[in-house]
Design a binder for this molecule. Structure first.
Ligand code: AMP
Ligand code: ZN
Length: 477
């Protein structure tokens, strides 16, 4: 069966092929560089990496654009607090993002584009919208009038027919039930950074950034637009309204949205404070491959609950696969071929391919590989695995690792390079209790290395531990 994706726009699984030629033109919403991104964000970027690799495996060329949002409300507020220019402030986090992405083995999109370097295309887009009668100006800011776009709501499948015309918002992110005229160009405010433009002194809204840059690099109609599920409304809905009001053509044929990474049944997010950055986890001694594996292992449209048990299990799975790889390379085998083992190899690859063709069902693809490895370990135990089966097995691992990319160990000790961690390595109450018990146990056994490690982890999570006459007490800093 052909390659299929679930399209949020049509709410159906559809067969995918690019509109023209062999090149897939894809746009993904990148990071907002106001801080270190967390592993929830990286779940979305890992899904996009798997998507890239699978499209290429299926023989397509890629033209993938990802933006870096380097001007918006939070960035401006944080830069001002630190007394830094926008550029100085965002540079640090942009660098950190790409360092982290490289550790997770995320391929770089063909074009990585910064918002602040594309102000002229945004101005042009807003001017075209004004010419088409879709905008109005209020107190120096330009807004998109959504009543001029009757299809508004078609992506998020909300019925906005009763919207109040003229109600508007200046902030970029807003509530689900709320359809409001959104800001395209924000008038200069006090000491905030601004650009001098024909629209007046000011700065762009977040939504126009993606429409303008996507169309600049990819043309009027994209093959795929992807992002986290929280972006479908309002961000992507607004991108459609803007782009289609300019071109009168479909903006993107496929819309792919990935579900969130959760922690204790809540979305992992900066604002809730329940997050880990990649740096937090590396500092604790977890390996980037295990994190990558964990993030990729659950199909992207399913919620993924982050636990340390899950992360440890991911590490063990990788270890098993590496042991099999080593066993393959180091075992002396009888010449010839075992037919059954050969068949199992072809079947593993076939199931792996069919699973990923099926809207990137990573869980089933992985199951096919495990089943094969289990069977071949068994065959090796019973001397039923022969010389010619070795190369077939290597091929299975190669196909698997071309997408999941976890077999090669990362260099040890590369936890942190340019920057320190974010400081919030969140721990839940029960995790803290378990760690304290483990620490007491380690001290009893005189395993001071382990007890120090646990103390560092608690400290890193902002947990203060006191030795009182009633025993250990802890509180959050
Ligand atoms: P931001 O830097 O906030 O613009 O987010 C970057 C990407 O991460 C977006 O595609 C978001 O939808 C996505 N994202 C944010 N939180 C999570 C989460 N907990 N799980 C998965 N993706 C997320
Ligand atoms: Zn975007």
């Amino acid at each position: 069966m052909a390659l299929r994706f679930y399209n949020t726009l049509t709410q159906e699984i559809e067969t995918f092929s690019p509109l023209t030629g062999n090149t897939v033109r894809m746009y993904t919403c990148g990071p907002t560089v106001y801080n270190f991104v967390h592993i929830g964000n990286f779940r979305t970027f890992t899904f996009q990496d798997i998507l890239r690799r699978w499209l290429r495996y299926r023989g397509y060329d890629l033209r993938h654009v990802m933006n870096v949002t380097d001007v918006e409300d939070k960035i401006i507020a944080n830069a001002a607090k630190e007394g830094k220019s926008l550029e100085d402030y965002t540079q640090r986090y942009t660098k950190a993002f790409f360092e982290d992405a490289a550790k997770l083995r995320l391929e770089q999109p063909e074009h990585v584009v910064k918002a602040t370097e594309h102000i002229p295309v945004m101005i042009e887009a807003i001017q075209q919208l004004s010419q088409n009668g879709c905008t109005y100006v209020s107190e120096g800011s330009t807004y998109f009038r959504i009543s001029t776009f009757p299809e508004y709501g078609k992506l998020s499948h909300n019925d906005f027919s009763g919207i109040r015309s003229g109600a508007r918002v200046d902030i970029d992110e807003y509530d689900k039930a709320d359809a409001r005229d959104f800001v395209l160009w924000k008038a200069r405010k006090n000491a905030e950074p601004y650009w001098k433009t024909p629209l007046g002194d000011g700065r762009p809204g977040w939504h126009i950034e993606c429409s303008a840059m996507a169309m600049k690099y990819l043309g009027e109609t994209l093959d795929i637009h992807a992002g986290g599920v929280d972006l479908a409304f309002p961000h992507h809905e607004n991108e459609i309204a803007q782009s289609e009001s300019i071109t009168h053509r479909p903006f993107s044929r496929f819309w792919l949205h990935s579900e969130h990474l959760h922690i204790e049944s809540q979305k992992m997010s900066k604002s809730l404070g329940n997050f880990y950055t990649l740096r937090d986890l590396l500092k604790m001694g977890y390996r980037p491959e295990a994190i990558r594996y964990l993030l990729a292992s659950v199909p992207y449209r399913k919620k993924l609950n982050f636990t340390f048990e899950g992360l440890t299990a991911a590490g063990k799975t990788i270890k098993r696969l590496r042991e099999f790889e080593l066993r393959l390379a180091s075992t002396k085998l009888r010449p010839g071929r075992n037919e059954q083992a050969s068949e199992r190899a072809s079947e593993a690859i076939r199931t792996f391919e069919e699973s990923l063709d099926d809207n990137l069902n990573t869980a089933e693809a992985l199951a096919a590989v495990f089943e094969y490895v289990r069977a071949m370990n068994n065959a090796l135990d019973h001397y039923e695995f022969q010389e010619e089966n070795r190369w077939e097995a290597a091929r299975v691992l190669q196909v698997f690792d071309g997408i999941f990319d976890v077999l090669k160990p990362s260099p040890q000790g590369g936890a942190d390079t340019a920057d320190s961690a974010s400081g919030s390595a969140y721990l839940s109450d029960s995790e803290i209790e378990t760690l304290l018990e483990e620490r007491a146990q380690a001290r009893k056994m005189r395993d001071f290395a382990r007890s120090d490690e646990i103390r560092a982890r608690l400290q890193n999570a902002g947990i203060l531990v006191e030795d009182t006459k009633d025993g250990l007490r802890w509180k959050r800093r």
